[in-house]
Design a protein around this ligand. Structure first.
Ligand SMILES: Nc1ncnc2c1ncn2[C@@H]1O[C@H](COP(=O)(O)OP(=O)(O)OP(=O)(O)O)[C@@H](O)[C@H]1O
Ligand SMILES: [Mg+2]
Length: 256
């Protein structure tokens, strides 16, 4: 059993020239293993900021509040320690790492997270299976991480990492964005396999209720103005799709 607790989290983003702007304004959220939470909200409301703050991106400064994983202070951990503790972030815009092959990257990541390098023979099998499950051509393994990958190829590779690293809590930031129908199915199946693989929790940030037909959420949260404005069941996603965020933001386009 694992629990990620976010308590009254306030986060500033560094705006350059030593400036800072408050983006998160008191986020309260608890994700337990076995649960899938969906977060939906207008552009610019702070969803990715929340994901980055959990992962420890240096551009985001936590000014108050807490993030706890099984009672441990996540905010006191380095980015590496957070990953080793069992947190995983699939980024909205996965970064390209020229010069590092995907296969080396995956093995290094697995070694760091498991605490020992995986035995070569079982590792090769594992990786092969993961590529097959996500319907990715194994030739990608020899390419540099994400370099020149299409949007959808990057998203598949985020889920490939998820399946190999088996974190306790996964934050998936718009992993469904820009996917064709087949990719959406493959990626959703990948996430569902991960969910069924053990006692894990998922925080799924999305703009589209269509992914929630594949990955059923236990709770849907509306994110607006840097905090959770409302929470409900799966039906809330349909309501948002039909009515937009006006109820939560005051104006149709105002996100903040
Ligand atoms: N360097 C910066 N200077 C000023 N504002 C910034 C800076 N970096 C981020 N922001 C602002 O922080 C806000 C929150 O951004 P964030 O990426 O968290 O939104 P989001 O909810 O993920 O949006 P989307 O749905 O479009 O992905 C945005 O208004 C963004 O412009
Ligand atoms: Mg975002």
């Amino acid at each position: 059993m694992s629990t990620l607790e976010i308590k009254d989290l306030h986060v500033d983003v560094a705006t350059g020239d030593d400036g800072a702007k408050e983006i998160l304004r008191g986020v309260d959220l608890t994700v337990r293993s076995g649960e899938t939470h969906a977060i939906m909200g207008p552009n610019g409301s702070g969803k990715s900021t929340l994901a980055y703050a959990i992962a420890g991106h240096p551009k985001y400064e936590v000014t108050s509040g807490q993030v706890l994983l099984d009672g441990e202070d996540v905010l006191a951990m380095s980015v590496d320690e957070r990953a080793r503790a069992g947190l995983f972030l699939a980024m909205q815009y996965p970064v390209e790492v020229p010069g590092v092959s995907m296969s080396n990257f995956l093995r290094s990541a697995a070694t760091a997270i498991r605490g020992e390098s995986p035995k070569l023979r079982t590792w090769v099998k594992e990786v092969k299976q993961a590529y097959a499950d996500l319907e990715i051509d194994p030739a990608f393994a020899e390419r540099s991480v994400n370099e020149g990958f299409s949007g959808g190829e990057k998203k598949r590779h985020e889920v490939l990492q998820l399946s190999l690293l088996q974190p306790k809590i996964a934050v998936l930031d718009e992993t469904d964005s820009g996917l064709d129908v087949d990719a959406l199915r493959v990626v959703s199946e990948g996430v569902n396999r991960y969910r069924e693989s053990g006692e894990v929790g998922v925080l799924l940030i999305t703009h589209y209720s269509r992914i929630l037909r594949h990955i059923h959420p236990d709770v849907v949260h509306v994110f607006a103005g840097g905090r959770i404005a409302a929470s409900g069941g799966a039906e809330l996603a349909d309501e948002l799709e039909a009515d937009g965020y006006v109820r939560y933001t005051g104006t149709p386009s105002a996100a903040r």
